[in-house]
Ligand binder design. Structure first.
Ligand code: ADP
Ligand code: MG
Length: 527
């Protein structure tokens, strides 16, 4: 039984045993030197891709781990010459091979760029390799070439570096400072220059103690928030978020936002935190500016409503004085004057109330719809008497409603005033009604007050804007605030103000315009 010279059951062990070596410069296996046999066996048992090239011709032998790097060439490569197997790479490696074979050098290369043919296609690859001369009787007989494809590593590092660059660029564009805080030793490292800018400090020399640095930097007024943010981190799965003031190195106070995330080690303990810091002072400033402008707008609204609220009772006083002047009945004159007195008192109440605050927060009272509407109509008696307007009343509601009487009167006052304005030219009918009803949307019960006119009506465009402040079609005669204020009042009563309207002239030229305002006040809304 012939002695097995080539050991192992791997693919290449079998192929080497079966190969027709007689046709190659190294001849049949029986004639191989002990060194060659030993070297080939060493190669076959190496877990690394390994090539043995033997003799001055460099006859090519390889192991199983090398097969993938010979895609398209395996198994034909076995027994060929090195320069024929790696035609494409020969120019890049021949110097090292020669240095090893001829001069006994041991070239070692890291991440060397050598494109090779894989399945007939040239691919860019990076390689680590070391060439070791194999001596026999004092002369070099072959080369032991262990190598490794490092393309993935090289590309991985490159990609990492690229994404790091991208991240840095993004951070720079977003003006983000990036930090890494090693929780275990408390050392923080600042990853970009922006950090120094945000904190207004020159670059530190030694390592930076995160805790003492933050203690120094955080403004005393924000210290509690900072501590709370640190505590909260444990319950939010390691997410840290803080917004507060710092004292910069240059003495300025600024607002910053820190966002970070703890990374856990394999032992489940916090290992390090990666985070960003952003200067948000300008945002804080513009927020403050916005608040001021909102306050200004509110003050403007307040002033406008005061003017409107005072204007209505004053208008009533004018009407009542007119009535008093034209009446001969002393008792009636007294009644008118009393009402005028009441209206003036309202002016006093309004100015009093508005001094305290915008809302007339007197207590709500129980009122009947009839009293509300009749009170309003009384005020317009003077104007109605001089016009071609007929008033039709239908008072059906008999349940009082809880409301701020003065405010609801103000709403009705404006509705009636608007209706009269709409009929000022051609006259018409003013319909005022009260009834009890259920709101179809909320299902709540309440009082419905209707003010309708047969006036000029509104186009869809106008109707869409009437609740906007300062919208008026009356030029200098209007303020455009009546309905806007009314809507606010009605909303505060939990009520609803609806409008239906159509313009006076239809396509057929027939008259028939008019507007219906429906005010719903729920019984239950106010305490
Ligand atoms: P003002 O009465 O000062 O104009 P309002 O807010 O009370 O302000 O009304 C806004 C606008 O709504 C009016 O200018 C008018 O164009 C329209 N409007 C309101 N009520 C009626 C109505 N009954 N008929 C026609 N247009 C109306
Ligand atoms: Mg009005």
């Amino acid at each position: 039984m012939p002695k097995t010279l080539i050991d192992g059951e791997g693919e290449m062990a079998r192929r080497i045993r079966a190969h027709d070596w007689a046709a190659t410069p190294i001849g049949t296996i029986d004639g191989w030197s002990e060194t060659l046999i030993a070297t080939v066996n060493l190669m076959l048992h190496s877990p690394f891709p390994t090539i043995v090239s033997w003799g001055p011709e460099m006859v090519f032998l390889y192991n199983d781990a090398a097969i993938p790097t010979l895609a398209g060439k395996h198994p034909e490569a076995l027994g060929k010459l090195y320069c024929d197997v790696f035609v494409e790479a020969w120019g890049l490696v021949c110097d090292d091979l020669e240095a090893c074979y001829l001069r006994g050098e041991t070239p070692v290369r890291d991440n060397m760029f050598i494109p090779i043919l894989l399945n007939g296609v040239v691919e860019d690859h990076y390689w680590n390799y070391s060439l070791i001369p194999v001596y026999e009787n004092g002369r070099i007989a072959g080369i032991y070439d262990a190598y490794r494809n490092t393309t993935d590593v090289v590309m991985g590092v490159r990609r990492l570096r690229e994404s790091e660059t991208r991240l840095k660029l993004a951070a720079e564009v977003a003006k983000l400072g990036i930090f890494v805080w090693d929780v275990r030793n408390g050392v923080a490292s600042w990853e970009n220059e922006r950090m120094y800018e945000v904190f207004g400090r020159p670059r530190e020399k030694g390592p930076l103690n995160a805790e003492s640095f933050m203690q120094e930097a955080i403004h005393p007024d924000s210290l509690t928030e900072f501590q709370e943010a640190s505590k909260a981190m444990m319950s939010t799965g390691g997410v840290f978020h803080f917004e507060g003031m710092i004292r910069r190195g240059d003495g300025l106070v600024s607002w910053i936002e820190i966002t970070g995330r703890l990374e856990m080690g394999e032992d489940g303990q916090a290992e390090r935190m990666l985070g960003t810091v952003r200067d948000v002072t300008h945002i804080k400033k513009s927020e403050a500016a916005l608040r001021t402008s909102e306050k200004l707008a509110a003050v403007g609204k307040l002033a406008a409503s005061i003017a409107h609220e005072i204007n209505n009772p004053l208008e009533s006083v004018t009407n009542l004085l007119y009535l008093a002047q034209t009446s001969d009945d002393l008792a009636q004159v007294r009644a008118f004057l009393e009402m005028a007195d009441g209206e003036l008192r309202r002016v006093a109440v309004i100015s009093n109330q508005t001094l305290r605050f915008y809302r007339q927060s007197t207590y709500p009272t129980m009122v009947l719809g009839r009293d509300l509407l009749e009170g309003v109509l009384t005020i317009y008696q003077g104007r109605l008497a001089q016009s071609a307007i007929k008033v039709e009343m239908r008072m059906r509601a008999n349940v009082p409603v809880m409301c701020f009487e003065g405010e609801i009167r103000q709403v009705l006052n404006n509705l009636v005033g608007n209706a009269l304005d709409a009929m000022a030219l051609q006259g018409g009918r003013l319909l005022v009604r009260t009834r009890n009803a259920t709101d179809w949307q909320s299902g709540g019960k309440g009082l419905v007050l209707t003010v309708a006119d047969t006036g000029e009506g509104m186009s869809a465009k106008v109707r869409g804007k009437i609740f906007e402040p300062f919208f008026t079609t009356k030029g200098m005669g209007g303020t455009g605030l009546g309905l806007w204020v009314s809507e606010d009042i009605v909303k505060r009563h939990g009520g609803r103000l609806r409008v239906r309207s159509r313009t006076g002239t239809t396509e057929s030229g027939m008259r028939g315009g008019g507007t219906v305002f429906t005010l719903f006040l729920p019984f239950e809304a106010l305490p």
